[in-house]
Design a protein around this ligand. Structure first.
Ligand code: CA
Length: 236
Protein backbone atom coordinates (compact mmCIF):
# COMPACT_ATOMS: atom_id res chain seq x y z
CA UNK A 1 0.00 0.00 0.00
CA UNK A 2 1.43 3.41 -0.89
CA UNK A 3 2.41 5.71 1.95
CA UNK A 4 -0.11 8.43 2.71
CA UNK A 5 1.10 11.98 3.05
CA UNK A 6 -0.84 14.89 4.47
CA UNK A 7 0.18 18.22 2.99
CA UNK A 8 -0.71 21.35 4.99
CA UNK A 9 0.02 24.48 2.99
CA UNK A 10 -2.12 27.54 2.46
CA UNK A 11 -0.43 28.87 -0.67
CA UNK A 12 -2.39 27.25 -3.53
CA UNK A 13 0.48 27.24 -6.03
CA UNK A 14 2.92 25.58 -3.66
CA UNK A 15 0.25 23.19 -2.41
CA UNK A 16 -0.51 22.10 -5.97
CA UNK A 17 3.18 21.61 -6.74
CA UNK A 18 3.59 19.48 -3.62
CA UNK A 19 0.55 17.37 -4.47
CA UNK A 20 1.70 16.91 -8.04
CA UNK A 21 5.23 15.83 -7.14
CA UNK A 22 4.23 13.53 -4.30
CA UNK A 23 1.57 11.83 -6.41
CA UNK A 24 4.00 11.45 -9.28
CA UNK A 25 6.24 9.46 -6.94
CA UNK A 26 3.40 7.14 -6.04
CA UNK A 27 2.26 8.57 -2.72
CA UNK A 28 -1.34 8.90 -1.68
CA UNK A 29 -1.81 12.59 -0.93
CA UNK A 30 -4.39 14.59 0.95
CA UNK A 31 -3.92 18.34 1.14
CA UNK A 32 -5.48 21.04 3.30
CA UNK A 33 -4.88 24.75 3.66
CA UNK A 34 -5.39 25.63 7.31
CA UNK A 35 -4.49 24.38 10.77
CA UNK A 36 -7.90 23.20 11.90
CA UNK A 37 -8.41 21.09 8.78
CA UNK A 38 -4.90 19.72 9.34
CA UNK A 39 -5.86 18.38 12.77
CA UNK A 40 -9.08 16.93 11.44
CA UNK A 41 -7.37 15.24 8.46
CA UNK A 42 -4.44 13.93 10.49
CA UNK A 43 -6.78 12.30 13.02
CA UNK A 44 -8.93 10.73 10.33
CA UNK A 45 -6.12 9.65 7.97
CA UNK A 46 -3.38 8.70 10.40
CA UNK A 47 -0.90 9.54 7.60
CA UNK A 48 2.62 8.14 7.28
CA UNK A 49 4.07 11.64 7.14
CA UNK A 50 2.90 15.23 7.44
CA UNK A 51 4.37 18.12 5.47
CA UNK A 52 3.43 21.11 7.58
CA UNK A 53 3.79 24.78 6.74
CA UNK A 54 4.22 27.13 9.71
CA UNK A 55 2.36 30.26 8.68
CA UNK A 56 -1.22 29.04 8.31
CA UNK A 57 -4.69 30.43 8.89
CA UNK A 58 -6.73 29.28 11.92
CA UNK A 59 -3.97 27.49 13.82
CA UNK A 60 -0.33 27.91 12.86
CA UNK A 61 2.01 25.02 12.16
CA UNK A 62 3.64 25.25 15.60
CA UNK A 63 0.30 24.78 17.28
CA UNK A 64 -0.72 21.95 14.94
CA UNK A 65 2.56 20.10 15.53
CA UNK A 66 2.34 20.61 19.28
CA UNK A 67 -1.14 19.09 19.40
CA UNK A 68 -0.43 16.21 17.01
CA UNK A 69 2.78 15.26 18.82
CA UNK A 70 0.72 14.29 21.83
CA UNK A 71 -1.60 12.13 19.75
CA UNK A 72 0.60 10.39 17.17
CA UNK A 73 4.21 9.65 16.34
CA UNK A 74 3.82 10.45 12.63
CA UNK A 75 6.97 12.16 11.33
CA UNK A 76 6.49 15.87 10.68
CA UNK A 77 8.48 17.75 8.07
CA UNK A 78 8.02 21.45 8.68
CA UNK A 79 8.28 24.19 6.11
CA UNK A 80 9.76 27.33 7.59
CA UNK A 81 9.96 30.73 5.98
CA UNK A 82 12.37 32.35 8.39
CA UNK A 83 15.63 31.39 10.07
CA UNK A 84 14.38 32.54 13.45
CA UNK A 85 11.73 29.83 13.39
CA UNK A 86 14.28 27.03 13.28
CA UNK A 87 15.04 26.94 17.02
CA UNK A 88 11.34 26.56 17.73
CA UNK A 89 10.95 23.92 15.04
CA UNK A 90 13.73 21.57 16.17
CA UNK A 91 13.49 22.45 19.82
CA UNK A 92 11.41 21.61 22.82
CA UNK A 93 8.33 23.36 21.70
CA UNK A 94 7.59 21.43 18.55
CA UNK A 95 10.09 18.63 18.08
CA UNK A 96 9.60 18.33 14.33
CA UNK A 97 11.49 15.45 12.77
CA UNK A 98 12.95 17.61 10.04
CA UNK A 99 12.47 20.98 8.42
CA UNK A 100 13.03 22.76 5.13
CA UNK A 101 13.52 26.48 4.74
CA UNK A 102 11.62 28.15 1.92
CA UNK A 103 12.41 28.39 -0.92
CA UNK A 104 13.41 24.77 -1.43
CA UNK A 105 13.60 22.52 -4.46
CA UNK A 106 11.12 19.72 -5.02
CA UNK A 107 14.06 17.38 -5.35
CA UNK A 108 15.21 18.29 -1.85
CA UNK A 109 11.73 17.93 -0.45
CA UNK A 110 11.30 14.48 -1.99
CA UNK A 111 14.66 13.38 -0.56
CA UNK A 112 13.63 14.51 2.94
CA UNK A 113 10.23 12.87 2.69
CA UNK A 114 11.75 9.56 1.61
CA UNK A 115 14.45 9.70 4.26
CA UNK A 116 11.86 10.19 6.99
CA UNK A 117 9.65 7.39 5.69
CA UNK A 118 12.64 5.05 5.42
CA UNK A 119 13.63 5.89 8.96
CA UNK A 120 10.14 5.24 10.31
CA UNK A 121 9.98 1.94 8.45
CA UNK A 122 13.34 0.80 9.80
CA UNK A 123 12.38 1.73 13.34
CA UNK A 124 9.11 -0.14 13.01
CA UNK A 125 10.83 -3.23 11.58
CA UNK A 126 13.41 -3.19 14.34
CA UNK A 127 10.71 -2.93 16.97
CA UNK A 128 8.81 -5.82 15.44
CA UNK A 129 11.81 -8.06 14.89
CA UNK A 130 14.05 -7.52 17.82
CA UNK A 131 13.37 -9.21 21.10
CA UNK A 132 13.65 -6.56 23.77
CA UNK A 133 17.30 -6.61 24.78
CA UNK A 134 17.94 -7.33 28.42
CA UNK A 135 18.84 -4.03 29.99
CA UNK A 136 22.38 -4.36 31.21
CA UNK A 137 22.15 -1.44 33.49
CA UNK A 138 18.91 -0.04 34.74
CA UNK A 139 20.17 3.29 36.02
CA UNK A 140 23.04 5.68 35.54
CA UNK A 141 23.94 7.83 38.53
CA UNK A 142 26.09 10.92 38.44
CA UNK A 143 26.11 12.55 41.84
CA UNK A 144 22.56 13.79 42.18
CA UNK A 145 21.63 13.14 38.58
CA UNK A 146 19.98 9.73 38.19
CA UNK A 147 18.86 8.35 34.84
CA UNK A 148 16.49 5.38 35.00
CA UNK A 149 16.87 3.67 31.61
CA UNK A 150 13.97 1.27 32.03
CA UNK A 151 11.49 3.92 33.01
CA UNK A 152 13.11 6.70 30.97
CA UNK A 153 12.98 8.94 33.99
CA UNK A 154 15.55 11.40 35.19
CA UNK A 155 15.83 12.94 38.63
CA UNK A 156 18.10 15.72 39.83
CA UNK A 157 18.49 16.21 43.57
CA UNK A 158 15.63 13.68 43.92
CA UNK A 159 13.31 15.88 41.84
CA UNK A 160 11.94 14.42 38.58
CA UNK A 161 12.97 16.35 35.47
CA UNK A 162 10.54 16.93 32.63
CA UNK A 163 12.56 16.00 29.55
CA UNK A 164 11.26 15.88 26.01
CA UNK A 165 11.92 12.57 24.21
CA UNK A 166 14.91 13.84 22.23
CA UNK A 167 16.42 15.52 25.30
CA UNK A 168 16.12 12.25 27.17
CA UNK A 169 17.69 10.27 24.32
CA UNK A 170 20.53 12.75 24.11
CA UNK A 171 21.16 12.56 27.85
CA UNK A 172 21.08 8.76 27.86
CA UNK A 173 23.50 8.75 24.94
CA UNK A 174 25.83 11.09 26.81
CA UNK A 175 25.58 8.94 29.92
CA UNK A 176 26.50 5.82 27.99
CA UNK A 177 29.58 7.60 26.62
CA UNK A 178 30.76 9.37 29.74
CA UNK A 179 34.14 11.05 29.38
CA UNK A 180 34.33 10.61 25.60
CA UNK A 181 34.59 13.46 23.15
CA UNK A 182 31.54 13.21 20.90
CA UNK A 183 31.39 15.19 17.68
CA UNK A 184 28.16 16.90 16.71
CA UNK A 185 27.96 14.73 13.60
CA UNK A 186 28.32 11.54 15.63
CA UNK A 187 25.67 12.68 18.08
CA UNK A 188 23.37 13.66 15.23
CA UNK A 189 23.83 10.27 13.59
CA UNK A 190 23.34 8.22 16.72
CA UNK A 191 20.59 10.15 18.46
CA UNK A 192 18.65 11.48 15.49
CA UNK A 193 19.37 8.64 13.06
CA UNK A 194 21.80 8.04 10.26
CA UNK A 195 19.61 9.62 7.60
CA UNK A 196 18.43 12.66 9.53
CA UNK A 197 19.38 15.58 7.33
CA UNK A 198 19.73 18.25 9.92
CA UNK A 199 22.68 20.42 10.79
CA UNK A 200 24.75 20.66 13.94
CA UNK A 201 22.51 23.44 15.24
CA UNK A 202 19.99 20.75 16.07
CA UNK A 203 22.49 19.26 18.53
CA UNK A 204 23.47 22.65 19.93
CA UNK A 205 19.86 23.65 20.52
CA UNK A 206 19.13 20.44 22.41
CA UNK A 207 22.34 20.66 24.43
CA UNK A 208 21.38 24.18 25.42
CA UNK A 209 18.00 23.04 26.65
CA UNK A 210 19.40 19.97 28.36
CA UNK A 211 21.91 22.13 30.22
CA UNK A 212 19.10 24.30 31.51
CA UNK A 213 17.66 21.20 33.13
CA UNK A 214 20.65 19.18 34.33
CA UNK A 215 23.27 21.83 35.11
CA UNK A 216 23.28 23.65 38.43
CA UNK A 217 24.56 26.68 36.55
CA UNK A 218 23.73 26.34 32.82
CA UNK A 219 25.99 29.35 32.15
CA UNK A 220 29.08 27.43 33.29
CA UNK A 221 28.26 23.79 32.70
CA UNK A 222 30.12 21.08 34.59
CA UNK A 223 28.30 18.06 33.22
CA UNK A 224 28.00 18.65 29.47
CA UNK A 225 31.26 20.24 28.42
CA UNK A 226 31.84 21.95 25.08
CA UNK A 227 35.09 20.69 23.55
CA UNK A 228 36.63 23.44 21.49
CA UNK A 229 36.69 22.50 17.82
CA UNK A 230 35.35 19.07 18.67
CA UNK A 231 31.89 18.63 20.07
CA UNK A 232 30.71 17.70 23.53
CA UNK A 233 31.91 15.59 26.42
CA UNK A 234 29.70 14.38 29.25
CA UNK A 235 31.58 14.45 32.54
CA UNK A 236 28.72 13.14 34.65
CA1 CA B 1 1.95 29.68 4.60
Amino acid sequence: MPDTILVVEDEPALRDTLIYNLKKDGFTVEAVGDGRSALESARRLNPDLIVLDIMLPELDGFEVARILRKEMSTPILMLTARDDEIDRVVGLEVGADDYLTKPFSMRELMARVKAQLRRTRLLREELEKAPQPAKKQETFSFNDLVINITRREVTLHNTPLQLKPKEYELLEFFAAHKGQMLSREFILERVWGWDFIGDSRTVDVHVRWLRQKVEDDPGSPTRIITVRGGGYRFDG
